[in-house]
Ligand binder design. Structure first.
Ligand SMILES: [Zn+2]
Length: 403
């Protein structure tokens, strides 16, 4: 099984703070400065730096810190094209919260087209960039904060991230912010020191163009996107607090470095019959306590964790993980099912109108064009996926957190 992650975010104070989007000038006002600041807020309940559309840099850090403080987690959703991308933003507008749109390496290749050879990850890279640009064009219209993220990247896949970093740097030069908000590196199969050394090297590059890093410790069980971790040793499923603290110190030494940690606590990708692996979110609570004691800091939750392999978890376990500083939960399996289930229902409902171009129960000459238009079943999938995400947002306390 592929093993999971909880993520810790560390926020290094920085003079190179990301510049939030500000108007070029402000109208003369007699309001006090605090009131003036409130006036520029896009969302009443969120930090002023967070605006509708793609959120990067300091605004992303502000958003995640706010989520940790307020006790909600953002749904992080794997997508495969504009249908699932739009379903994410439709859902976020419905539940009134932020959304994280996540591209996998395979998902990127799928967006570019299945017949492409994908030599040197050319299709994976082009598809992710195309998808990111789609989001950038439409996200503001949905009026919600959107985080653009990529999913698991193992050691042999690093050239994929290298090329996405090239794209981030080019975008940064032109727009003053990266194309993607964050990338995940999953070196959890390597020894701890090597895992963190590689992450640190990448974070040094990411920090220069305000990209946030998500890293993994331990292993998420199960199988996802062609990576099968079904045979991983059981102890890798449960991260030790000392390991998280080691990463916290190492990555925290990178100037302007911002990161979240996916530390495994028995989480598994996919949905399986219960009883195989036990989820132990207590590990995240113990880790926070360990770091707080080591650092002697006030903050009882110094790390930001992310939760992989959440599909099929009990609401109780999810809530307990959020209390331990989980600020994002990945959702893939459950939304895959929801999208399919929506199309399945559509076909079942209109079966007799979908057996030929002409002829249905209303008559042998009746045309069926409006039933087999691909937009109809795809829309049914989008709706079902968006509805499932509203339910996910409820589990994550992420409803009505904007205004
Ligand atoms: Zn994962």
């Amino acid at each position: 099984m592929k093993f999971s992650t909880a993520a810790a975010l560390f926020f290094a104070p920085s003079v190179l703070a990301f510049a939030p989007a500000q108007p070029a000038f402000r109208p003369v006002t007699s309001l006090k400065s605090t009131e003036a600041a409130a006036e520029t807020k896009a969302f009443a309940k969120l930090p002023a730096s967070v605006k509708p559309g793609v959120v990067t840099g300091q605004a992303l850090v502000d958003l995640l810190q706010h989520a940790k403080k307020e006790g909600f987690a953002i749904p992080g959703v794997n997508i495969v094209g504009s249908n699932s991308i739009n379903a994410c933003m439709e859902a976020a507008a419905k539940y009134g919260g932020p959304i994280m749109i996540t591209f996998s390496k395979g998902g990127g290749a799928y967006i570019a087209g299945k017949t492409l050879k994908n030599e040197n990850d050319s299709a994976s890279v082009a598809g992710c960039i195309a998808g990111a640009k789609h989001v950038r064009e439409v996200a503001k219209l949905y009026g919600v904060p959107v985080v653009l993220h990529t999913d698991h990247c193992q050691k042999s896949w690093l050239p994929w991230i290298d090329q996405l970093m090239d794209a981030n740097e080019a975008y940064f030069k032109e727009h003053g912010e990266p194309l993607f908000s964050s990338h995940m590196l999953d070196l959890s199969e390597e020894p701890l020191e090597e895992n963190i050394a590689i992450c640190k090297k990448y974070l040094e590059r990411m920090a220069k163009c305000n990209v946030l890093l998500e890293f993994e410790l331990g292993v998420t069980g199960g199988e996802e996107d062609g990576v099968d971790n079904s045979d991983v040793d059981n102890d890798k499923l449960y991260t030790q607090p000392e390991e998280v603290y080691y990463a916290y110190k190492e990555l925290g030494s990178v100037p302007n470095g911002h990161f979240t940690c996916a530390a495994s606590f028995g989480n598994v990708h996919g949905v399986y019959a219960p009883g195989n692996v036990e989820l132990r979110p207590i590990i995240l609570h113990n880790t926070q306590k360990y770091i707080q004691e080591k650092e002697g800091c006030e903050d009882t939750k110094p790390m930001m964790f992310v939760f992989h392999g959440g599909s099929g978890s009990s609401t109780e376990d999810i809530q307990y993980a959020i209390e331990a500083g989980v600020i994002k939960m990945n959702i893939d399996t459950d939304t895959q099912w929801a999208f399919w289930d929506g199309m399945r229902e559509y076909e079942a409902k209109y079966h007799d109108y979908l057996q030929g171009q002409i002829g249905n129960p209303e008559g042998p000459d009746k045309p069926n064009k409006k039933y087999y238009d691909p937009r109809m079943p795809l829309r049914a999938g989008e709706e079902a996926m968006a509805n499932r995400l509203v339910k996910a947002a409820q589990d994550l306390n992420c409803v009505n957190v904007l205004n």
